[in-house]
Design a protein around this ligand. Structure first.
Ligand SMILES: C[S@@+](CC[C@H](N)C(=O)[O-])C[C@H]1O[C@@H](n2cnc3c(N)ncnc32)[C@H](O)[C@@H]1O
Length: 203
């Protein structure tokens, strides 16, 4: 849990406010996408676990007017111009894939260039349980990506480090030509989160 006092001195929190981003997490996607050249103008992006919408704002900036952003979360997401919002549970993979395909068609697109996931479970304080739930969400994101990504498409998903991390990393490595683990500067030093980046989906 982040204390209000910590937020006041947090440079990414301040910068997010100044830039009009809904979350300080927006900088994690900015830094990760820039480092690995993940999101390009014109791309179709699927953002899983997207509320309140900081990553979707950044994705929208990267893809520009010719691109498409489809955002999914359990929670409602306040409107972002040109971004399609789907309210749903990403662990209901088939239902979510169907809804995303419909959204793609409405934008006259068939394939997805990149799937991004910052989905995180509500923390219980029980480390093992939280890590397992994070693994479940990251795995759901990967399963959805596998069904939607074009050949050579990209993927990035958050996972909490722990017992299941290696298993998840291996699953990404099997499906992508280049796989890396990355902790952007905007991730808090004490955080257990890491982003697994897969480049070049082997369809
Ligand atoms: C850290 S927040 C994402 C922040 C977001 N990237 C941003 O920049 O605004 C994690 C999100 O994952 C969502 N989430 C957790 N479990 C989910 C699930 N099963 N299906 C969809 N979203 C889920 C939560 O509702 C929460 O909004």
């Amino acid at each position: 849990m982040v204390k209000q006092a910590d937020l006041k001195t947090d440079r990414f929190y301040k910068a997010a406010k100044e830039a009009g981003y809904r979350s300080r997490s927006a900088f994690k996607l900015l830094q990760t996408s820039k480092k690995f050249k993940l999101i390009k103008p014109g791309d179709a992006v699927v953002d899983l676990g997207a509320a309140p919408g900081g990553w979707s704002q950044v994705a929208h900036e990267f893809v520009g007017e010719g691109g498409v952003v489809i955002s999914v979360d359990l929670q409602p997401i306040a409107k972002i111009e040109d971004v399609v919002m789907i309210k749903g549970d990403i662990t209901n993979e088939e239902e979510i894939v169907k809804a995303i395909k419909e959204a793609l068609l409405s934008k006259e697109r068939k394939t997805v260039d990149i799937v991004i996931s910052d989905a995180a479970p509500q923390l219980t304080g029980n480390k093992d349980l939280d890590q397992f739930r994070s693994f479940e969400l990251s795995s759901a994101a990967l399963n959805i990506a596998v069904k939607l990504l074009k050949n050579n498409g990209n993927f990035v998903a958050k996972i909490f480090q722990g017992e299941y991390y290696n298993q998840f990393y291996k699953s990404v490595k099997e499906r992508f030509r280049d796989t890396r683990a990355y902790s952007p500067a905007a991730s808090r030093k004490r955080s257990a989160e890491v982003y697994v980046v897969g480049k070049g989906y082997k369809r």
